[in-house]
Design a protein around this ligand. Sequence first.
Ligand SMILES: [Zn+2]
Ligand SMILES: [Zn+2]
Length: 186
Amino acid sequence: MFRMHIGSITEQGLNLDQREDSAVLPLLSAVTGDGIIHFTRPVHVRIHATLSGQTVLIHGTAESEVRMPCSRCLEPFNMKVGTDFSATAVPENPAMIDPVTGDDIELTSNHMDVIAYSGDDIDLGGEIAQQIIMALPFKPLCRDACKGLCSRCGADLNKTACQCQPQDKSGPFAVLKTIAFTKEHE
Ligand SMILES: [Zn+2]
Ligand SMILES: [Zn+2]
């Protein structure tokens, strides 16, 4: 697990260099649960942490590699994912109160880079999993110039040139052309 002991943070700070299987991070297991995305390498985390009072300032990188289908041609491919991140860890108790509104500060929604800890241990797993998930591309492409699939016959245009005509008269807009022609002559 990605854990940090507060007691081991010296005045020079603490460097952490750790690899863990993605399966130890529940958020990542949720992402891979449907079998579309696989992690092909462990999650590699490098962190520098410094202590300021009871607040721990964390800067680091999180990297891994995923295998997932291209959004154009649907062919699975491997892709490195990685990100720099910064986070702050603060003691869970006493409850954090917003000095302006007097409300409890909601850690999960508005302060995603704040990690609450109790005791001497900081669990970095949730933050690291979130960072990896945010680094995943919304529309993964196996290559920038991926030609995708033919919208008519479904052929992978990276591998083959199909016989479909790009401006075939039997296409969906042919009907519209007929309507326009008829109206002009009414
Ligand atoms: Zn592709
Ligand atoms: Zn085609």
